[in-house]
Design a protein around this ligand. Structure first.
Ligand SMILES: Cc1cc2nc3c(=O)[nH]c(=O)nc-3n(C[C@H](O)[C@H](O)[C@H](O)COP(=O)(O)OP(=O)(O)OC[C@H]3O[C@@H](n4cnc5c(N)ncnc54)[C@H](O)[C@@H]3O)c2cc1C
Length: 410
Protein backbone atom coordinates (compact mmCIF):
# COMPACT_ATOMS: atom_id res chain seq x y z
CA UNK A 1 0.00 0.00 0.00
CA UNK A 2 1.26 3.44 -0.88
CA UNK A 3 1.98 6.23 1.57
CA UNK A 4 -0.27 9.26 1.78
CA UNK A 5 1.01 12.73 1.03
CA UNK A 6 0.41 13.56 4.70
CA UNK A 7 2.84 10.82 5.71
CA UNK A 8 5.59 12.78 3.99
CA UNK A 9 5.09 15.54 6.59
CA UNK A 10 5.80 18.23 4.05
CA UNK A 11 9.14 16.71 3.10
CA UNK A 12 10.20 17.72 -0.41
CA UNK A 13 13.77 16.43 -0.68
CA UNK A 14 14.91 12.79 -0.85
CA UNK A 15 18.39 11.68 -1.86
CA UNK A 16 16.95 9.15 -4.32
CA UNK A 17 13.73 9.21 -6.32
CA UNK A 18 12.49 6.26 -8.39
CA UNK A 19 10.00 7.05 -11.15
CA UNK A 20 7.73 4.08 -11.88
CA UNK A 21 7.06 1.33 -9.34
CA UNK A 22 6.43 -1.74 -11.52
CA UNK A 23 8.75 -4.73 -11.20
CA UNK A 24 12.03 -2.92 -11.82
CA UNK A 25 11.14 0.35 -10.09
CA UNK A 26 9.84 -1.44 -6.99
CA UNK A 27 13.09 -3.43 -7.04
CA UNK A 28 15.08 -0.19 -7.14
CA UNK A 29 13.08 1.23 -4.22
CA UNK A 30 13.74 -1.97 -2.27
CA UNK A 31 17.48 -2.09 -2.91
CA UNK A 32 17.96 1.64 -2.40
CA UNK A 33 16.14 1.40 0.91
CA UNK A 34 18.68 -1.14 2.14
CA UNK A 35 21.38 1.52 2.01
CA UNK A 36 19.48 4.78 2.11
CA UNK A 37 16.38 3.92 4.19
CA UNK A 38 14.15 6.97 4.57
CA UNK A 39 16.04 8.91 1.89
CA UNK A 40 14.17 7.08 -0.86
CA UNK A 41 10.95 8.12 -2.58
CA UNK A 42 9.11 6.01 -5.17
CA UNK A 43 6.59 7.73 -7.45
CA UNK A 44 4.00 5.68 -9.31
CA UNK A 45 1.64 7.03 -11.92
CA UNK A 46 -1.23 4.59 -11.20
CA UNK A 47 -2.40 2.82 -8.06
CA UNK A 48 0.16 0.28 -6.79
CA UNK A 49 -0.75 -3.18 -8.07
CA UNK A 50 -2.34 -1.81 -11.27
CA UNK A 51 -2.41 -3.87 -14.46
CA UNK A 52 -1.59 -1.09 -16.94
CA UNK A 53 2.09 -1.90 -17.28
CA UNK A 54 4.23 -4.97 -17.78
CA UNK A 55 4.77 -6.49 -14.34
CA UNK A 56 1.51 -7.29 -12.66
CA UNK A 57 0.67 -10.97 -13.09
CA UNK A 58 0.71 -14.05 -10.91
CA UNK A 59 3.71 -15.62 -12.59
CA UNK A 60 6.66 -14.93 -14.86
CA UNK A 61 9.27 -17.33 -16.19
CA UNK A 62 12.67 -17.30 -14.50
CA UNK A 63 15.55 -19.28 -16.00
CA UNK A 64 19.32 -19.52 -16.03
CA UNK A 65 19.30 -20.24 -19.73
CA UNK A 66 19.66 -17.49 -22.28
CA UNK A 67 21.17 -17.60 -25.73
CA UNK A 68 23.31 -14.53 -25.06
CA UNK A 69 26.25 -14.40 -22.71
CA UNK A 70 25.39 -10.90 -21.43
CA UNK A 71 22.28 -12.42 -19.82
CA UNK A 72 23.54 -15.87 -18.89
CA UNK A 73 26.25 -14.37 -16.73
CA UNK A 74 23.62 -12.36 -14.84
CA UNK A 75 20.87 -14.98 -14.49
CA UNK A 76 22.36 -16.75 -11.42
CA UNK A 77 22.20 -13.40 -9.61
CA UNK A 78 18.50 -13.03 -10.41
CA UNK A 79 17.91 -16.01 -8.15
CA UNK A 80 20.20 -14.54 -5.48
CA UNK A 81 18.37 -11.22 -5.54
CA UNK A 82 14.92 -12.83 -5.22
CA UNK A 83 16.23 -15.06 -2.42
CA UNK A 84 17.18 -11.99 -0.44
CA UNK A 85 13.61 -10.70 -0.72
CA UNK A 86 12.32 -14.14 0.24
CA UNK A 87 14.61 -14.36 3.26
CA UNK A 88 13.64 -10.93 4.45
CA UNK A 89 9.91 -11.46 3.98
CA UNK A 90 9.66 -15.15 4.85
CA UNK A 91 7.58 -15.61 1.70
CA UNK A 92 8.34 -17.78 -1.31
CA UNK A 93 8.64 -15.99 -4.64
CA UNK A 94 10.57 -18.42 -6.84
CA UNK A 95 9.39 -21.95 -7.62
CA UNK A 96 11.67 -24.25 -9.59
CA UNK A 97 9.57 -26.39 -11.89
CA UNK A 98 12.35 -27.07 -14.39
CA UNK A 99 12.34 -25.60 -17.86
CA UNK A 100 12.31 -26.77 -21.46
CA UNK A 101 13.39 -25.18 -24.72
CA UNK A 102 11.64 -27.11 -27.49
CA UNK A 103 12.31 -26.96 -31.21
CA UNK A 104 11.62 -28.83 -34.42
CA UNK A 105 14.53 -30.65 -36.06
CA UNK A 106 15.74 -28.99 -39.23
CA UNK A 107 13.35 -26.09 -38.72
CA UNK A 108 14.02 -24.28 -35.46
CA UNK A 109 16.57 -26.48 -33.70
CA UNK A 110 19.36 -24.12 -34.80
CA UNK A 111 17.95 -21.74 -32.18
CA UNK A 112 18.93 -24.21 -29.46
CA UNK A 113 22.63 -24.11 -30.40
CA UNK A 114 23.49 -20.80 -28.68
CA UNK A 115 21.51 -21.90 -25.62
CA UNK A 116 23.61 -25.06 -25.41
CA UNK A 117 26.81 -23.11 -25.95
CA UNK A 118 25.87 -20.63 -23.23
CA UNK A 119 25.08 -23.42 -20.79
CA UNK A 120 28.35 -25.22 -21.53
CA UNK A 121 30.37 -21.99 -21.17
CA UNK A 122 28.70 -21.16 -17.89
CA UNK A 123 28.71 -24.69 -16.44
CA UNK A 124 24.92 -24.79 -16.32
CA UNK A 125 23.83 -28.43 -16.19
CA UNK A 126 21.28 -29.45 -18.82
CA UNK A 127 19.97 -32.47 -20.67
CA UNK A 128 19.13 -32.91 -24.32
CA UNK A 129 16.11 -35.12 -25.03
CA UNK A 130 14.38 -36.57 -28.07
CA UNK A 131 10.61 -36.74 -28.16
CA UNK A 132 10.46 -40.13 -26.41
CA UNK A 133 12.62 -38.96 -23.54
CA UNK A 134 10.53 -35.80 -23.33
CA UNK A 135 7.32 -37.81 -23.03
CA UNK A 136 8.88 -40.20 -20.51
CA UNK A 137 9.67 -37.27 -18.25
CA UNK A 138 6.51 -35.34 -19.10
CA UNK A 139 3.75 -37.57 -20.45
CA UNK A 140 1.55 -34.48 -20.79
CA UNK A 141 3.30 -33.85 -24.14
CA UNK A 142 2.08 -35.62 -27.28
CA UNK A 143 4.79 -34.77 -29.80
CA UNK A 144 6.38 -36.54 -32.73
CA UNK A 145 10.03 -37.42 -33.51
CA UNK A 146 10.57 -34.00 -35.06
CA UNK A 147 10.79 -32.49 -31.57
CA UNK A 148 14.03 -31.96 -29.67
CA UNK A 149 14.22 -30.59 -26.13
CA UNK A 150 16.76 -28.97 -23.83
CA UNK A 151 15.92 -29.42 -20.16
CA UNK A 152 17.34 -27.26 -17.39
CA UNK A 153 16.30 -28.09 -13.85
CA UNK A 154 16.61 -24.65 -12.22
CA UNK A 155 14.05 -22.81 -14.33
CA UNK A 156 10.62 -22.04 -12.98
CA UNK A 157 8.38 -19.17 -12.09
CA UNK A 158 8.59 -16.05 -9.99
CA UNK A 159 5.43 -14.68 -8.41
CA UNK A 160 5.41 -11.23 -9.95
CA UNK A 161 2.51 -9.56 -8.14
CA UNK A 162 3.90 -10.69 -4.80
CA UNK A 163 7.44 -9.66 -5.75
CA UNK A 164 6.34 -6.09 -6.52
CA UNK A 165 4.33 -5.87 -3.35
CA UNK A 166 7.11 -7.21 -1.11
CA UNK A 167 9.67 -4.87 -2.65
CA UNK A 168 7.53 -1.91 -1.62
CA UNK A 169 6.42 -3.25 1.74
CA UNK A 170 9.95 -4.08 2.88
CA UNK A 171 11.31 -0.74 1.66
CA UNK A 172 8.59 1.10 3.57
CA UNK A 173 9.65 -0.84 6.66
CA UNK A 174 13.01 0.94 6.36
CA UNK A 175 11.33 4.32 6.08
CA UNK A 176 11.22 4.68 2.28
CA UNK A 177 8.10 6.45 1.01
CA UNK A 178 6.02 5.56 -2.04
CA UNK A 179 3.31 7.74 -3.53
CA UNK A 180 0.94 6.25 -6.06
CA UNK A 181 -1.50 7.98 -8.41
CA UNK A 182 1.36 10.42 -8.77
CA UNK A 183 2.45 10.76 -12.42
CA UNK A 184 5.75 12.54 -12.94
CA UNK A 185 5.27 15.22 -15.58
CA UNK A 186 8.81 16.52 -15.83
CA UNK A 187 12.39 16.03 -14.67
CA UNK A 188 14.71 19.03 -14.76
CA UNK A 189 17.91 20.51 -13.33
CA UNK A 190 17.21 22.73 -10.33
CA UNK A 191 19.13 25.99 -9.91
CA UNK A 192 21.03 24.52 -6.95
CA UNK A 193 22.27 21.62 -9.10
CA UNK A 194 19.87 19.06 -7.66
CA UNK A 195 17.24 17.33 -9.78
CA UNK A 196 13.68 18.55 -9.76
CA UNK A 197 10.83 16.09 -10.25
CA UNK A 198 7.44 17.63 -11.01
CA UNK A 199 4.18 15.88 -10.09
CA UNK A 200 0.56 16.91 -9.50
CA UNK A 201 1.44 16.75 -5.81
CA UNK A 202 4.13 19.35 -6.21
CA UNK A 203 7.85 19.34 -6.92
CA UNK A 204 10.35 17.07 -5.22
CA UNK A 205 14.11 17.38 -5.37
CA UNK A 206 16.80 14.73 -5.12
CA UNK A 207 20.44 13.91 -5.83
CA UNK A 208 19.78 10.94 -8.12
CA UNK A 209 16.80 9.72 -10.13
CA UNK A 210 16.06 6.24 -11.43
CA UNK A 211 13.55 6.06 -14.29
CA UNK A 212 11.81 2.70 -14.63
CA UNK A 213 8.66 3.90 -16.38
CA UNK A 214 8.12 0.98 -18.77
CA UNK A 215 5.91 1.90 -21.73
CA UNK A 216 6.01 5.57 -20.67
CA UNK A 217 9.81 5.78 -20.53
CA UNK A 218 10.03 8.51 -23.17
CA UNK A 219 7.33 10.62 -21.52
CA UNK A 220 9.66 10.91 -18.55
CA UNK A 221 13.12 11.14 -20.10
CA UNK A 222 11.86 13.30 -22.97
CA UNK A 223 11.82 16.21 -20.52
CA UNK A 224 15.62 16.01 -20.20
CA UNK A 225 16.16 15.65 -23.95
CA UNK A 226 16.55 11.85 -24.10
CA UNK A 227 14.71 9.36 -26.25
CA UNK A 228 15.05 5.61 -26.47
CA UNK A 229 13.56 3.92 -29.54
CA UNK A 230 11.09 1.46 -28.07
CA UNK A 231 8.24 -0.59 -29.49
CA UNK A 232 5.38 -1.01 -27.06
CA UNK A 233 3.26 -4.02 -28.01
CA UNK A 234 0.03 -5.35 -26.56
CA UNK A 235 0.58 -9.01 -25.76
CA UNK A 236 -1.97 -11.67 -24.84
CA UNK A 237 -1.86 -14.17 -22.04
CA UNK A 238 -4.43 -16.93 -21.55
CA UNK A 239 -5.17 -19.07 -18.51
CA UNK A 240 -7.02 -22.36 -18.95
CA UNK A 241 -8.95 -24.20 -16.27
CA UNK A 242 -7.58 -27.63 -17.15
CA UNK A 243 -9.57 -30.47 -15.57
CA UNK A 244 -6.17 -32.24 -15.42
CA UNK A 245 -4.84 -29.59 -13.08
CA UNK A 246 -3.01 -32.23 -11.03
CA UNK A 247 -0.71 -32.84 -13.98
CA UNK A 248 0.12 -29.16 -14.36
CA UNK A 249 1.22 -28.18 -10.88
CA UNK A 250 4.70 -26.71 -10.44
CA UNK A 251 6.16 -30.02 -9.30
CA UNK A 252 4.65 -31.92 -12.23
CA UNK A 253 5.05 -29.63 -15.21
CA UNK A 254 7.91 -27.35 -16.33
CA UNK A 255 7.85 -23.95 -17.91
CA UNK A 256 8.51 -24.27 -21.63
CA UNK A 257 9.46 -22.15 -24.60
CA UNK A 258 8.66 -23.76 -27.93
CA UNK A 259 10.72 -22.06 -30.63
CA UNK A 260 8.64 -21.47 -33.73
CA UNK A 261 9.49 -20.25 -37.20
CA UNK A 262 7.63 -17.10 -36.34
CA UNK A 263 6.95 -16.07 -32.73
CA UNK A 264 7.91 -18.39 -29.89
CA UNK A 265 5.24 -19.89 -27.66
CA UNK A 266 5.80 -20.02 -23.90
CA UNK A 267 3.83 -21.75 -21.16
CA UNK A 268 3.83 -21.97 -17.37
CA UNK A 269 2.39 -24.42 -14.85
CA UNK A 270 -0.48 -23.50 -12.54
CA UNK A 271 0.33 -21.08 -9.73
CA UNK A 272 -2.18 -19.98 -7.11
CA UNK A 273 -5.77 -19.61 -8.27
CA UNK A 274 -4.71 -19.14 -11.89
CA UNK A 275 -4.86 -21.95 -14.43
CA UNK A 276 -2.31 -23.24 -16.91
CA UNK A 277 -0.79 -20.20 -18.59
CA UNK A 278 0.29 -19.69 -22.20
CA UNK A 279 1.25 -16.86 -24.53
CA UNK A 280 2.98 -16.03 -27.79
CA UNK A 281 6.12 -13.93 -27.52
CA UNK A 282 6.16 -10.47 -29.11
CA UNK A 283 3.20 -11.19 -31.36
CA UNK A 284 1.02 -8.21 -30.51
CA UNK A 285 0.40 -4.98 -32.38
CA UNK A 286 2.40 -1.84 -31.65
CA UNK A 287 0.42 0.40 -29.32
CA UNK A 288 1.11 3.01 -26.68
CA UNK A 289 0.53 2.71 -22.96
CA UNK A 290 -2.44 5.04 -23.34
CA UNK A 291 -4.03 3.80 -26.58
CA UNK A 292 -4.02 0.02 -26.23
CA UNK A 293 -7.24 -1.91 -26.83
CA UNK A 294 -7.19 -4.09 -23.67
CA UNK A 295 -8.87 -6.77 -25.82
CA UNK A 296 -7.25 -10.22 -26.07
CA UNK A 297 -6.81 -11.19 -29.71
CA UNK A 298 -9.09 -14.15 -30.64
CA UNK A 299 -6.82 -15.13 -33.56
CA UNK A 300 -3.81 -15.65 -31.32
CA UNK A 301 -5.96 -17.49 -28.77
CA UNK A 302 -7.18 -19.86 -31.47
CA UNK A 303 -3.61 -20.44 -32.65
CA UNK A 304 -2.68 -21.47 -29.13
CA UNK A 305 -5.66 -23.79 -28.82
CA UNK A 306 -4.62 -25.55 -32.05
CA UNK A 307 -1.02 -25.72 -30.88
CA UNK A 308 -2.02 -27.22 -27.52
CA UNK A 309 -4.49 -29.65 -29.05
CA UNK A 310 -1.55 -31.08 -30.95
CA UNK A 311 1.31 -30.89 -28.46
CA UNK A 312 -0.20 -30.91 -24.96
CA UNK A 313 -3.98 -31.38 -25.05
CA UNK A 314 -4.51 -31.84 -21.32
CA UNK A 315 -3.21 -28.28 -20.76
CA UNK A 316 -6.49 -27.06 -22.27
CA UNK A 317 -9.79 -26.34 -20.56
CA UNK A 318 -12.23 -23.47 -20.41
CA UNK A 319 -10.60 -20.06 -20.57
CA UNK A 320 -10.33 -18.90 -16.96
CA UNK A 321 -8.87 -15.55 -17.89
CA UNK A 322 -7.48 -13.87 -20.96
CA UNK A 323 -5.75 -10.56 -20.57
CA UNK A 324 -3.40 -8.21 -22.34
CA UNK A 325 -0.11 -6.85 -21.08
CA UNK A 326 2.54 -4.51 -22.47
CA UNK A 327 6.00 -5.37 -23.76
CA UNK A 328 8.33 -2.38 -24.08
CA UNK A 329 11.09 -3.48 -26.43
CA UNK A 330 14.26 -1.86 -27.70
CA UNK A 331 14.92 -2.71 -31.39
CA UNK A 332 17.62 -5.27 -30.47
CA UNK A 333 15.53 -6.52 -27.55
CA UNK A 334 18.38 -5.95 -25.14
CA UNK A 335 17.98 -4.05 -21.89
CA UNK A 336 18.90 -0.43 -21.50
CA UNK A 337 20.60 0.26 -18.16
CA UNK A 338 22.59 3.46 -18.26
CA UNK A 339 22.80 7.04 -17.11
CA UNK A 340 21.61 10.00 -19.18
CA UNK A 341 25.10 11.56 -19.14
CA UNK A 342 25.00 12.48 -22.80
CA UNK A 343 22.05 14.75 -22.12
CA UNK A 344 23.95 16.36 -19.23
CA UNK A 345 22.23 14.21 -16.59
CA UNK A 346 24.81 11.74 -15.21
CA UNK A 347 22.62 11.65 -12.10
CA UNK A 348 19.57 10.24 -13.94
CA UNK A 349 19.60 6.48 -14.52
CA UNK A 350 17.25 4.76 -16.88
CA UNK A 351 16.19 1.16 -17.36
CA UNK A 352 14.18 -0.56 -20.07
CA UNK A 353 13.50 -4.28 -19.62
CA UNK A 354 12.89 -5.04 -23.33
CA UNK A 355 9.95 -7.38 -22.74
CA UNK A 356 11.78 -10.12 -20.84
CA UNK A 357 12.88 -8.51 -17.60
CA UNK A 358 10.60 -9.66 -14.85
CA UNK A 359 12.99 -12.42 -13.79
CA UNK A 360 15.64 -9.69 -13.53
CA UNK A 361 13.41 -7.15 -11.77
CA UNK A 362 14.97 -7.42 -8.33
CA UNK A 363 18.52 -7.75 -9.70
CA UNK A 364 18.01 -4.75 -11.99
CA UNK A 365 16.73 -2.85 -8.95
CA UNK A 366 19.94 -3.78 -7.14
CA UNK A 367 22.09 -2.77 -10.11
CA UNK A 368 20.28 0.57 -10.45
CA UNK A 369 20.66 1.22 -6.73
CA UNK A 370 24.42 0.61 -7.04
CA UNK A 371 24.64 2.97 -10.01
CA UNK A 372 22.73 5.64 -8.14
CA UNK A 373 24.65 5.33 -4.87
CA UNK A 374 28.15 4.29 -6.00
CA UNK A 375 28.19 5.41 -9.63
CA UNK A 376 29.07 1.86 -10.69
CA UNK A 377 27.82 -1.68 -10.29
CA UNK A 378 29.50 -4.98 -9.48
CA UNK A 379 27.79 -6.54 -12.54
CA UNK A 380 28.79 -6.32 -16.19
CA UNK A 381 26.08 -4.26 -17.86
CA UNK A 382 28.23 -3.03 -20.75
CA UNK A 383 25.89 -4.67 -23.29
CA UNK A 384 23.02 -2.53 -22.01
CA UNK A 385 24.42 0.95 -22.66
CA UNK A 386 23.02 3.67 -24.93
CA UNK A 387 26.06 3.29 -27.18
CA UNK A 388 25.10 0.35 -29.29
CA UNK A 389 23.86 -0.06 -32.82
CA UNK A 390 20.40 -1.17 -31.74
CA UNK A 391 19.80 2.18 -30.08
CA UNK A 392 21.93 4.56 -32.12
CA UNK A 393 21.24 3.40 -35.69
CA UNK A 394 17.85 4.80 -36.72
CA UNK A 395 17.63 2.14 -39.47
CA UNK A 396 18.24 -0.79 -37.13
CA UNK A 397 15.70 -3.46 -38.01
CA UNK A 398 13.93 -4.90 -34.95
CA UNK A 399 15.05 -8.46 -34.17
CA UNK A 400 11.52 -9.50 -33.20
CA UNK A 401 8.19 -9.40 -34.96
CA UNK A 402 5.13 -7.56 -33.92
CA UNK A 403 2.85 -10.12 -35.44
CA UNK A 404 4.50 -12.25 -38.03
CA UNK A 405 7.85 -12.27 -39.84
CA UNK A 406 10.64 -13.25 -37.51
CA UNK A 407 11.14 -14.67 -34.07
CA UNK A 408 12.93 -13.39 -31.04
CA UNK A 409 16.09 -15.34 -30.37
CA UNK A 410 16.30 -14.74 -26.67
C1 LIG B 1 2.35 -11.09 -21.20
C2 LIG B 1 3.73 -10.89 -20.67
C3 LIG B 1 4.49 -11.97 -20.31
C4 LIG B 1 5.78 -11.81 -19.85
N1 LIG B 1 6.47 -12.90 -19.45
C5 LIG B 1 7.68 -12.75 -18.88
C6 LIG B 1 8.34 -13.87 -18.33
O1 LIG B 1 7.81 -14.99 -18.36
N2 LIG B 1 9.56 -13.67 -17.76
C7 LIG B 1 10.14 -12.44 -17.70
O2 LIG B 1 11.25 -12.33 -17.18
N3 LIG B 1 9.54 -11.34 -18.21
C8 LIG B 1 8.32 -11.47 -18.79
N4 LIG B 1 7.66 -10.39 -19.29
C9 LIG B 1 8.33 -9.08 -19.33
C10 LIG B 1 8.37 -8.41 -17.98
O3 LIG B 1 7.16 -8.61 -17.31
C11 LIG B 1 8.69 -6.94 -18.16
O4 LIG B 1 9.91 -6.79 -18.87
C12 LIG B 1 8.87 -6.24 -16.81
O5 LIG B 1 7.82 -6.58 -15.93
C13 LIG B 1 8.88 -4.74 -17.03
O6 LIG B 1 8.98 -4.11 -15.78
P1 LIG B 1 9.07 -2.53 -15.70
O7 LIG B 1 9.17 -2.21 -14.26
O8 LIG B 1 10.08 -2.01 -16.64
O9 LIG B 1 7.69 -2.02 -16.33
P2 LIG B 1 6.25 -1.81 -15.68
O10 LIG B 1 5.87 -2.95 -14.83
O11 LIG B 1 5.33 -1.46 -16.78
O12 LIG B 1 6.46 -0.59 -14.72
C14 LIG B 1 6.59 0.72 -15.17
C15 LIG B 1 5.88 1.57 -14.16
O13 LIG B 1 6.16 2.94 -14.38
C16 LIG B 1 4.99 3.66 -14.08
N5 LIG B 1 5.07 4.97 -14.72
C17 LIG B 1 5.07 5.24 -16.03
N6 LIG B 1 5.16 6.56 -16.25
C18 LIG B 1 5.23 7.13 -15.03
C19 LIG B 1 5.30 8.49 -14.59
N7 LIG B 1 5.33 9.52 -15.46
N8 LIG B 1 5.32 8.74 -13.27
C20 LIG B 1 5.28 7.73 -12.36
N9 LIG B 1 5.19 6.42 -12.74
C21 LIG B 1 5.17 6.14 -14.04
C22 LIG B 1 3.90 2.78 -14.67
O14 LIG B 1 2.62 3.11 -14.21
C23 LIG B 1 4.37 1.41 -14.25
O15 LIG B 1 3.87 1.04 -12.99
C24 LIG B 1 6.35 -10.51 -19.75
C25 LIG B 1 5.58 -9.41 -20.11
C26 LIG B 1 4.28 -9.58 -20.55
C27 LIG B 1 3.49 -8.37 -20.91
Amino acid sequence: MANTLEELNGRRHFDYIVIGCGGIGSGAVYWLSKRAGPNVLGLERFQLGHENGGSQDVSRIIRLTYSKECYTKLTPYTFTAWREVEDESGMQLVYKSGGLNLADKGVTDYILEPYEEAMITNNIPYEKWDNQQLMEHYPQFTVGPEVVALYQKDAGIVDAALGNSLHIQLAQGRGAKVLDNCPVSRVARALNGLIEVNTPHGTFTCKRVIVAAGAWINHVIGSIGCHVPVYVTEENVTYFGSPHVKEFTKDKFPIFIYHQEQNDIYALPVHGISGTKIGIDAAGPVVTGDTRSWKPDPVRMERLREFLQKTCPKFLGPVLKAKTCLYTMTPDRDFLVDSCSKAGFPDVFVCCGAGHAYKFASLLGQILSELAIDGRTQHDISAFSWDREGLTDPYFKPVFTMGSEKKSKL
